[in-house]
Design a protein around this ligand. Structure first.
Ligand code: MRU
Length: 348
């Protein structure tokens, strides 16, 4: 089966090409973003989603934003760069990779401006940094996968929530990266994929990815996970992360906390797989992680069909925080760590 690219910089057109995840699994179609507003909209509306992929898309978004202004005859200065960064930063609040990547891009841009590089020279340097972020992302996930695969016994039945696969990253995946690496190592594993209400990243995206690679996967509704654990159908849980606080508390897709509680009740290992760029050392614990609240209609009329009275009030947090005490270990590209002993960023 042909490889898919979650995101791709198209050199000749100067556009960011995104696999439009809103349309999967019905349609494999691509969006071409040549304007800052288009990149921001793609992130906000989940055409591109998943913490690492959001970071990489935003990095290219900085390039798109500067290119747009240069093409309009403007000469971008530091306040232009800050404005582009802030537009992208305002798209989604929880995944720290977004802010991490934007900061890297801003620092490179500022360095260029300080040295007097403008116009095409500025764009070239920003593009090189975005490419580095993308390449590092893929390399980190491949290393993380190898580290995590050691924890997966042959024959393991793995439950996962949301989508932490190649669709959520530049390539390969975090939780699905571990699953892929275990499969590539010849382990006869199988996956139970939570559907992941309300936007169904588990059923639409995780199942799509795993079926393409012929990794055995069975779809369950979110409210079946504890039942499956009680029935002895799960050996371990692996999920991704959007932001990990310094004490190991971890924000991930809404429903993850419930899965962690159920895993603890059944004495099952519960692993987080994430690159070190997802660790936010500035936050001492998970209470300070900003939790995105999304449009109530995602719950009331999922995918266009009214499934609740149109006037019913809805609470729709997109993420929850799993306390460190429920996490067996955090799998990163630099090793596997207990949540209370996290590594430094990028440390070996
Ligand atoms: O709202 P989403 O689809 O962006 O949420 C994604 C998740 O919660 C993923 O589990 C997380 O970003 C890890 S991706 C490797």
């Amino acid at each position: 089966m042909a490889e898919f690219k979650t995101l791709q910089w198209m050199e000749s057109e100067n556009v960011l090409r995104l696999l439009d995840q809103r349309r999967l699994p019905q349609r494999e179609s691509y969006l071409e973003c040549g304007r800052l507003a288009e990149v921001a909209d793609a992130i906000r509306t989940l055409a591109v989603r998943g913490a690492p992929a959001i970071g990489v898309a935003a990095a290219y978004g900085m390039v798109v934003g500067v290119r747009e202004r240069v093409d309009l005859g403007m000469e971008p200065d530091l306040s232009t760069l800050a404005g582009i960064r802030d537009t992208l930063a305002a798209t989604r609040p929880t995944a720290v990779n977004l802010f991490w990547a934007l900061e890297r891009m801003f620092i490179v841009g500022k360095g260029c401006l300080d040295r007097g590089s403008r116009g095409e020279a500025l764009i070239r340097e920003l593009l090189a940094e975005a490419r580095r972020i993308e390449a590092e992302d893929e390399a980190a996930h491949r290393r993380l996968g190898i580290n995590g695969a050691e924890l997966v016994p042959d024959g393991a039945r793995i439950l996962t929530h949301c989508n932490a696969g190649a669709l959520a990253c530049a390539a390969y995946g975090t939780a699905l990266g571990v699953i892929r690496a275990a499969w590539e190592a010849g382990k006869k594993i199988s996956v139970l994929a939570d559907e992941t209400r309300p936007l169904l990243q588990g059923s639409r995206l995780t199942c799509w990815e795993l079926l393409r690679e012929e990794i055995p996967v069975t779809l369950i509704c979110d409210n079946m996970a504890a039942h499956c654990m009680a029935g002895g159908m799960v050996d371990l849980v692996i999920v991704g992360a959007d932001r990990i606080a310094a004490n190991g508390d971890t924000a991930n897709k809404i429903g993850t906390y419930g899965v962690a509680l159920a895993a603890a009740a059944h004495n099952l290992p519960f692993y987080i797989a994430a690159p070190t760029s997802t660790i936010d050392y500035s936050l001492s614990d998970g209470a300070a992680i900003p939790i995105e609240e999304r449009d109530p209609d995602e719950v009331r009329r999922g995918f266009g069909q009214l499934t609740a009275p149109a006037a019913v009030p809805v609470y729709n947090p997109a993420f929850d925080v799993t306390p460190a005490r429920l996490i067996t270990a955090i799998i990163t590209e630099t090793g596997v760590f207990p949540p209370d002993r996290l590594p430094g960023r990028g440390s070996a």
